[in-house]
Design a protein around this ligand. Structure first.
Ligand SMILES: [Zn+2]
Ligand SMILES: [Zn+2]
Ligand SMILES: [Zn+2]
Length: 464
């Protein structure tokens, strides 16, 4: 194998005065001096591995900390043990939790919950590394709104992409205030530096690899950390291959955002839309003022009580074209065609680039393979698909093609049906539905449970 040859060459070259450690390490040094290999490998290595490696010899120190720009561009702290915040579940991580927190009577809630993370960030800052970070991944950690605000406004930082999916102790309303503040019309030039925020989606599945081993000497640890890095690389490759089956939004249909959307996010997305991109987009249904179809088609609220319509909504569903017309009143959101600010950030967070272009670009190999028209979707909130969308087969009917019967019409029909169901067969019951109804209780007529069994208890899987 080529690496065997390389080791032999190094054995000849470094025989004599070189120590056994350097002999072992130099093939690795040789490998990592290749810029392509280095840049492909580095994002998979935890910062502790990089620092350990840099500490093993002056050559590695020079390579990683002096000569190579971008070594710390992508900083993922989700696997750093001391960043974890454990205070419940009977596990006493008190020492770790408090080690980085100044304990006094002036301790604030933010000091307490962001203590572990702030401790790490201070340590990274002291090493003159923090200002190189452009992608910061904090998924699942204890991340306060105050901490996010500091990232947003600190003039010494250059974080362009921040991922805080599934974090704990985050006051979302405070975060929204910070985001709207940094995007205010009177903001200084070149701000905000943040260009992308992953906050709505679920964090990537945790890696299966064990955490880095302890109790080894520097050389062995560096080598094993590299191999852990390669393990992560192959796991990431696996995730990428899953992604090849389709990106969220563009190629998956149905619910994309599973979590509850706190009030205020839609307005925040709107206020930030020219500056910061998110892993969700605004709903384009014609009920909303941002929709190209606003005011152009008659819109019933689909059973919503009057007065709760929002001028804007965060889309949580991705739809294909309407089952009747193949499109929608507002048209598709299409990669390469729609304005860039309407495109969502896609998971996973890109490893080899910190640009919005890389984070929003759908996998070109996904979809049905007939070109760019496959990279499109219709973003909708739940209210805009209520009784239009079938949760079983993903078909839906748009506002141009189908008017959802009013609540009064449906309840009158329900009474009518219940009064007459005794002794009727299924096809006779189906005939009692109003002829124009497409979706009942979240199912289209093909998928509705009544087509197989008609019992009162099973009729309402999606209560209004
Ligand atoms: Zn239609
Ligand atoms: Zn909507
Ligand atoms: Zn269906």
């Amino acid at each position: 194998m080529a690496s065997g040859v390389a080791i032999q060459q190094h054995a000849r070259h470094f025989s004599g005065s070189q120590s056994a450690d350097e002999f072992t390490l130099n093939p690795l040094l040789n490998l990592l001096t290749n810029t392509l290999v280095l840049h492909q490998t580095i994002p998979y290595l935890p910062i502790s591995s990089l620092l350990n490696l840099a500490a093993t010899s002056p050559s590695f120190h020079d390579l990683l900390l002096r000569r190579t720009p971008g070594v710390f561009r992508h900083l993922d702290l989700t696997r750093v043990k001391t960043a974890q915040f454990e205070i419940d579940g009977g596990i006493d991580h008190g020492g770790e939790v408090w080690r980085n927190v100044q304990v006094d009577e002036n301790l604030t809630e933010d000091d307490f919950y962001s203590g572990p993370l702030r401790g790490i960030i201070q340590s990274i800052r002291r090493r003159d590394i923090l200002h190189h970070v452009q992608t910061l991944v904090l998924d699942g950690l204890s991340v306060t709104a105050e901490f996010c605000n500091d990232i947003l406004v600190d003039p010494t930082l250059r974080v362009r992409i921040l991922s805080i999916r599934d974090v704990k102790n985050l006051n979302e309303r405070k975060l929204m205030q910070s985001l709207r503040y940094v995007c205010r019309s009177t903001r200084p030039d070149d701000t905000p530096r943040l260009k992308g925020l992953y906050v709505f989606g679920a964090r990537d599945a945790p890696d299966l690899t064990a955490s880095s081993p302890t109790g080894q000497n520097g050389t062995a640890r560096a080598s094993s950390n590299i191999s852990i890095g390669w393990n992560h690389k192959s796991q990431h490759a696996l995730k990428e291959s899953f992604r090849a089956e389709g990106d969220d939004w563009y190629h998956r249909r149905g619910r994309i955002i599973g979590r509850h959307i706190t009030d205020g996010w839609a307005e925040t997305l709107l206020d930030c839309r020219e500056m910061i991109r998110f892993d969700a987009v605004l709903c384009t249904g014609p009920r909303h003022q941002n929709s190209p179809a606003f005011g152009k088609v008659p819109v019933m609220s689909g059973g919503t009580a009057p007065g709760v319509d929002s001028p804007w909504g965060v889309a949580t569903f991705a739809l294909g074209g309407c089952a009747s017309c193949g499109s929608s009143p507002e048209g598709f959101t299409e990669y390469g065609d729609s304005p860039a600010e309407q495109l969502p950030l896609l998971a996973p967070v890109p490893l080899h680039s910190s640009t919005i272009k890389a984070a929003t670009c759908p996998n070109p190999n996904s979809g049905s393979g007939t070109g760019k028209e496959t990279h499109k979707f219709i973003p909708r909130c739940l209210e805009c698909i209520r009784e239009r969308y079938c949760f079983s087969c993903d078909q839906w009917w748009c506002e141009s093609c189908y008017q959802v019967p009013s609540r009064q019409e449906l309840s009158a029909q329900h009474v009518h049906i219940v009064d007459q169901t005794d002794g009727l067969l299924d096809h006779e019951l189906a005939a009692l539905e109003p002829p124009n109804v497409k979706v009942r209780k979240g199912y289209c007529l093909n998928c509705h449970p009544q087509s197989t069994e008609r019992r009162p208890g099973i009729r309402n899987p999606f209560p209004p």
